[in-house]
Design a binder for this molecule. Structure first.
Ligand SMILES: Nc1nc2c(c(=O)[nH]1)N[C@H]1C(S)=C(S)[C@@H](COP(=O)(O)O)O[C@H]1N2
Ligand SMILES: [Mo]
Length: 217
């Protein structure tokens, strides 16, 4: 197990380097890799991200659906909420155990929009204007994939991707797109930001990105 763990750590530096190279272009020099408290690292691929709240936050659902929809924050809060308690695991090696996330199941939002028969995947986009993620339709419909409104039993703060982020519990944390603003149902997987830069599209914890470490649950 020790050997497998070391291999996992050895696989991490590519993302670390990529994050650092993005960070080094940041004119303020403060937005990348800052310890965000409680074991988290703050990640953003952009130098600044607009702040959104009840007044101006919108989540659009479009693409291969019968009923394209736009949600406000109160509308998302009014839907049934699911709370999950898992470990957060970044592909670079840091982990935050037993972190509660709470929000609306992505499956519920997709069902309400009416996914068309030709659909195979979901593309997630963000109001930072740069980050994106993807899931197969089957992954997106799992019970442990949330449009998250709360983390650690508090409303999601801006640094953690608030007011709304994706939360993909069984996958490395890069799948959990912060500042979520768009859900587009597509006919095939369109790789996301880090996947275009070499990371696995199917990012199962312990079973992807060249890792042999055990799933953390
Ligand atoms: N929009 C956006 N989402 C993102 C990222 C990012 O840079 N931008 N980084 C990803 C990575 S690699 C990780 S580990 C987590 C970090 O989340 P945190 O900043 O809340 O710790 O967000 C993921 N989602
Ligand atoms: Mo990460």
């Amino acid at each position: 197990m020790l050997g497998a763990g070391a291999l996992g750590v050895a696989a991490a530096p590519a993302l670390q380097r990529a994050v650092e190279s993005v960070t080094s272009k940041d004119p303020t020099g403060v937005t990348g890799l800052l310890p965000a408290g409680g074991g988290f690292r703050y990640y953003s691929v952009t130098a600044s991200v607009p702040h959104k709240d009840e007044r101006n936050y919108r989540l659009t659902v479009d693409g291969l659906v019968d009923r394209p929809t736009t949600y406000t924050l109160p509308e998302l809060r009014a839907l049934p909420q699911t709370r999950l308690l898992r470990d957060v695991q970044c592909v670079t090696g840091w982990r935050v155990p037993h972190t509660p996330f709470e929000g609306v199941r992505l499956s519920r939002i997709l069902a309400d929009a009416g996914v068309r028969p030709t659909a195979r995947a979901v593309r997630l986009t963000c109001f930072d204007g740069a980050y994106s993620e993807s899931l197969t339709l089957q992954q997106a419909r799992r019970d442990d994939v949330l449009v998250a409104l709360r983390m650690q039993d508090k409303d999601l703060g801006h640094t953690h991707g608030g007011p709304v982020r994706l939360y993909v519990a069984p996958m490395y944390f890069y799948k959990s797109a912060k500042w979520l603003s768009g859900i587009t149902v597509t006919d095939e997987v369109r790789p996301g930001y880090w996947e275009d830069r070499g990371y696995d599209v199917d990012a199962w914890v312990g079973r992807s990105n060249g890792r042999g470490d055990a799933p953390t649950g």
